[in-house]
Design a protein around this ligand. Structure first.
Ligand SMILES: Cc1cc2nc3c(=O)[nH]c(=O)nc-3n(C[C@H](O)[C@H](O)[C@H](O)COP(=O)(O)OP(=O)(O)OC[C@H]3O[C@@H](n4cnc5c(N)ncnc54)[C@H](O)[C@@H]3O)c2cc1C
Length: 447
C-alpha cells in the first residue's frame, strides 16, 4: 500500500497546471472525518478531469481505496458501489452479466465519484441525458462531518447541487447507480461522411433517434469544407445482429493488451503542420473505411484508452482541452466563428469532437440543449491567447463551459457565461461548504 500522506506536484489529465499538494489516501470513513476537522480540502477520483478541479493545495483526498462494489440488484439493475470504484471495474464485472452503464464518457479510467461530481455526458445525451439521471442516491460527507444520504426524494437540494457540483458540496463515499440490460457486448456502428458543417448538423439532427451519435470534426479544414466530419452512430447489437462466431458467447470480454506511450514527446511535436496532416489522413481513411460494422464495446466507447499515457504526446508542458456548449439556435454560427478563430492562430486542435445535447434542467451541470465541441491544444502561450478569444465567442453566442475540462478560465468569463454561478456561490456560502471544500479551480473561479 502507498503511504497515507504524500507531498507532491500533481495535475489533471492535461498535465497543466501542476500544483504542489499534500495527498491523503484514506482507507476508512473515520480517517476522512478526522481530516475534515482541519479544514480546506477536495476529493480526487482518478485525476482524469483535465485541469485543476481535483487539486487542493492544502490537502487532496484521493479516494482510490474506496474501491468496493457493494451490491447489485439484477431485477432493477441498481448497483451500489464505493465512490473510488473505476468505471473499468464496473464494465469488467457487469458486461459479462449483461449490464452496461446508461451513460459513459470517452474513458473508462474514471471513478464513480468523478462521474457524479462532473455529471458526465456520453454520446447519448440527446436521448438519455447525463450520468446524474441514473444516480438513485448517494452518501455524502459534509463539512461538519455528518454523512447524509441524498436522492430525488431525500435531501433533494443537496443531491441536485452535488450532481455536477465538482466536489464542492462534500465527499461522495458511495452511490447507487442504474445500469441498462444488454444482450451482447457489440455495437452496430454506422459511419456517415459529411462534407461541411451544414451537412454535419443535418445528419446529427436527422439521427436524433440513434442511441449514440458523435462527430469527429476535421477542425483544420476551414475553407469551403469547414465542419467536414465523420459521424459515428451506434446501437447496442441484439443477439440477432451477431454472426454465429460471436453469438456463441455474445458477452465475452476480449483479453486486450494496451499500448503505452513510454516517454514524453518534445513540446513542439504536435505543431500546426503535423496536426493538419493527421486530420487530413484521418478523414481520408475514415471516409473510405467500412460504413457499417459491428464494433467491440471497448473500441466504440473508449478508443483513446487503448493507448495508455497518450497525453504524453503533448510533451511535458501538457495540453488543454477546450469544451463549450452553444444553444441550438446559435450553434452553426458559433461553431463557424470558433473554427475560423482557431485557423487564424498558431495552434491547431489534434482531436475535435462534436456532440448534440438534448434538454437538461439542472442546478450546475454543464449540458444544455445544443451542440458541444471539445478541442485539444498544446499548453503554451499561443493557446492561452487563443482560448481567451474562444471564450468571448462562446459568450457572444450564449454558450457555457465544462468545468471538467477547464484549466485556465478567468472568473469573470465563467460568471458571465452562466446565471447559475451566483446561486451556487450563495448555496455554498449559506451552508459553509466554501470553508471546507475548495479546489484550485474553485479558488480561481471564486466559487
Ligand atoms: C480521455 C478522456 C475522455 C473523456 N471523455 C468525457 C466525455 O465524453 N464526457 C464527459 O462528460 N467527460 C469526459 N471526460 C472527463 C471526465 O469524465 C471527468 O473529468 C471525470 O470527472 C473524471 O473522473 P475522475 O474519477 O478522474 O475524477 P477527478 O478528475 O479526480 O475529479 C473530477 C472532479 O470530481 C470531483 N470528485 C472526484 N471524486 C469525488 C468524490 N468521491 N466526491 C466528491 N467529488 C469527487 C473532484 O473534486 C473534481 O472536482 C473525459 C476525460 C478523459 C481523460
Amino acid at each position: 500500500m502507498e503511504k497515507k500522506f504524500e507531498k507532491k506536484m500533481i495535475s489533471g489529465w492535461g498535465g497543466f497546471p501542476n500544483k504542489l499538494t499534500k495527498i491523503f489516501y484514506p482507507t476508512s470513513i473515520s480517517e476522512i472525518l478526522e481530516e475534515i476537522k482541519y479544514g480546506e480540502l477536495i476529493a480526487r477520483g482518478n485525476g482524469r478531469a483535465y485541469g485543476d478541479s481535483a487539486i487542493n493545495q492544502n490537502k487532496t483526498i484521493n479516494m482510490k481505496y474506496f474501491n468496493k462494489i457493494i451490491s447489485f440488484d439484477d431485477h432493477s439493475g441498481t448497483l451500489v458501489t464505493e465512490s473510488g470504484v473505476l468505471l473499468q471495474q464496473i464494465l469488467n464485472n457487469f458486461i459479462i452479466k449483461g449490464w452496461f452503464p446508461f451513460v459513459t464518457p470517452g474513458s473508462k479510467f474514471l471513478t464513480v465519484g468523478g462521474l457524479i461530481a462532473a455529471d458526465v455526458h456520453g454520446k447519448n445525451h440527446h436521448k438519455e441525458g447525463s450520468f446524474g439521471n441514473f444516480v438513485e442516491w448517494l452518501d455524502l460527507i459534509k463539512h461538519d462531518g455528518k454523512i447524509i444520504r441524498c436522492s430525488k426524494n431525500e435531501n433533494k437540494e443537496l443531491f441536485e447541487w452535488t450532481i455536477g457540483g465538482m466536489g464542492l458540496t462534500g465527499i461522495i463515499i458511495r452511490a447507487a447507480i442504474r445500469l441498462r440490460p444488454i444482450e451482447t457486448c457489440w455495437i452496430k456502428q454506422k459511419t456517415i461522411v459529411s462534407k461541411d458543417l451544414d451537412q454535419t448538423l443535418e445528419i446529427l439532427e436527422n439521427n436524433m433517434g440513434a442511441t449514440y451519435s458523435v462527430a469527429w470534426i476535421n477542425s483544420t479544414n476551414t475553407g469551403k469544407n469547414i465542419g467536414q466530419s465523420l459521424i459515428m452512430l451506434g446501437e447496442h447489437a441484439l443477439l440477432n445482429d451477431l454472426n454465429k462466431k460471436y453469438s456463441y458467447d455474445p458477452l465475452k470480454l476480449k483479453l486486450k493488451k494496451n499500448k503505452n506511450v513510454p516517454f514524453y514527446f518534445p513540446n513542439w511535436f504536435l505543431d500546426k503542420k503535423l496536426v493538419k496532416f493527421f486530420n487530413y489522413f484521418y478523414y481520408f481513411f475514415g471516409k473510405n473505411s467500412s460504413k457499417e460494422k459491428l464494433v467491440y464495446w471497448d473500441d466504440y466507447f473508449y478508443p483513446l484508452d487503448t493507448v495508455l499515457g497518450w497525453n504524453k504526446i503533448y510533451g511535458r508542458q501538457g495540453f488543454v482541452q477546450y469544451q463549450c456548449v452553444l444553444p441550438l439556435e446559435n450553434s452553426k454560427e458559433g461553431l463557424i466563428e470558433l473554427l475560423k478563430e482557431i485557423d487564424k492562430s498558431n495552434v491547431s486542435s489534434f482531436l475535435s469532437v462534436l456532440k448534440r445535447f438534448g434538454d437538461q434542467i439542472s442546478n450546475f451541470s454543464f449540458p444544455m440543449k445544443g451542440y458541444t465541441i471539445a478541442l485539444d491544444f498544446p499548453a503554451n502561450q499561443n493557446t492561452l491567447n487563443l482560448l481567451e478569444k474562444l471564450d468571448e465567442i462562446t459568450l457572444k453566442y450564449k454558450g457555457r463551459f465544462y468545468l471538467a475540462k477547464d484549466a485556465r478560465m478567468k472568473k469573470e468569463i465563467f460568471k458571465r457565461s452562466d446565471y447559475r454561478v451566483e446561486k451556487f456561490v450563495d448555496y455554498r456560502k449559506k451552508n459553509n461548504f466554501n470553508k471546507c471544500f475548495i479546489s484550485s479551480q474553485s479558488s480561481r473561479l471564486k466559487l
